[in-house]
Design a protein around this ligand. Structure first.
Ligand code: SAM
Length: 353
């Protein structure tokens, strides 16, 4: 048992986290799985590549979420009808017992599918983070009076590039965007209101990721969805709406490292504000890339003029609290860095105090 103690612990931690973050179905499945991790079981065999890692490393590599994502992917694929029938869907909450029985059967019948899926780290694209990005884009538009050229790094599927096509509701009558939009985002707002009246015009958008999710590929699209917990219907609906919007807009994400791409693509140009932005990305770069990208950004800032301003806008975890996002904006000429607010990790709230 001791060989598996850390895996059991990681599954338990993840199960509790799922419950705390609003997915009781995922929590219950992970608890079943936790009890199954023991010598000789099919699940233990599937997890053998991760044996020897401590619980912290297992959580860092999102091992429990790899397994959970694989199950959801299978359910979405229709390749395992009993699992599909047992999993939550918009019209039913999901049957944990039947899902677990079907999961055991699928792990026994097709372990290669699980092993192949679990070899990849989870990759997500949180559309609701646009609730935290919007007030910073509005601030750049209001302060420069110029149209925006957008450059997103670490964009995943590129869905937050389309932030200006979504509808926003921050409560207390604070709304923004096209109320007929396919994606409607809400967030609890505290603090002074954002400059919702600023005229915003996006003249161009571009994005990169070292491993973009190609939403034109149905398998990649399904994998992206599979990492959203199956009983979080609103999140899934938002993702569907954003994917449809991105497909209609022919959104592209270039496959390149952020350091070279930023240096090559994001030079300021007169007549528009050039905006480099990212969310929950910085921590995934090694220290030397962080240093190199900081130098590239400082160089782009030096090239900025009043006619060709440059803005660096980001939503990244606070150093000592990874669940809280700092919303920071630096604008050149000048280069003064401002902490504009604090955001919820998935965009459920914005504190603009
Ligand atoms: C946690 S995801 C966040 C995706 C998206 N920004 C969001 O908020 O939903 C981090 C993304 O950064 C990408 N990434 C990590 N290091 C990178 C690098 N050096 N260059 C480009 N993309 C990178 C990953 O591939 C992944 O898609």
């Amino acid at each position: 048992m001791t060989d598996f103690a850390d895996l059991v612990r990681a599954f338990d931690i993840q199960a509790n986290a799922c419950v705390a973050f609003g997915s009781p179905f995922s929590g219950a499945l992970l608890k079943r799985a936790k009890d199954e991790i023991a010598p000789g079981t099919g699940l233990a065999q599937l997890l053998s590549p991760f044996k020897g890692m401590n619980a912290r490393a297992l959580m860092g590599d999102a091992v429990p979420l790899r397994w959970l994502g694989c199950l959801h992917d299978l359910a979405l694929s229709g390749d395992a009808p009993a699992l599909t029938a047992a999993f939550p869907a918009a019209d039913r909450p999901g049957d944990v017992d039947a899902s677990w029985t079907a999961a055991l059967a699928r792990m026994a019948a097709d372990p290669a599918r699980f092993a192949g899926f679990m070899a990849h780290e989870p990759q997500t694209n949180e559309v609701r983070r646009s609730t935290c990005l919007l007030p910073m884009f509005l601030t750049v538009a209001a302060q420069t009076g110029l149209p925006l050229r957008l450059f997103e790094i670490g964009a995943s599927a590129g869905l937050n590039q389309l932030w200006d096509r979504y509808a926003y509701d921050y409560g207390s009558g604070m709304t923004w965007g096209d109320t007929g939009a396919a994606v409607r985002l809400d967030a609890a707002w505290t603090g002074s209101p954002p400059p919702l009246g600023a005229g915003v015009h996006v003249v161009s958008r571009a994005a990169c990721d070292r491993k973009p999710v190609d939403i034109r590929d149905p398998v990649a699209r399904r994998r992206l969805k599979s990492y959203v917990w199956a009983d979080q219907f609103e999140r899934l609906a938002r993702l569907d709406g954003a994917i449809a919007t991105a497909l209609a807009a022919n959104t592209r994400v270039e496959a390149e490292d952020a350091v070279t791409w930023t240096a090559r693509r994001a030079r300021p140009e007169p007549g528009a504000a050039t905006v480099l932005f990212h969310s929950v990305f910085w921590q995934y770069m090694p220290a030397e890339s962080q240093t190199a990208l900081s130098a590239v950004i400082a160089d782009l800032g030096r090239q900025a003029t009043a006619e060709a301003p440059f803005a660096w806008l980001r939503m990244e975890p606070a150093p000592r609290n990874l669940a809280t996002m700092e919303l920071r904006l630096t604008m050149w000429p000048g280069g003064e860095e401002r902490l504009m607010g604090i955001g919820h990790a998935h965009g459920a709230s914005v504190d603009w105090s």
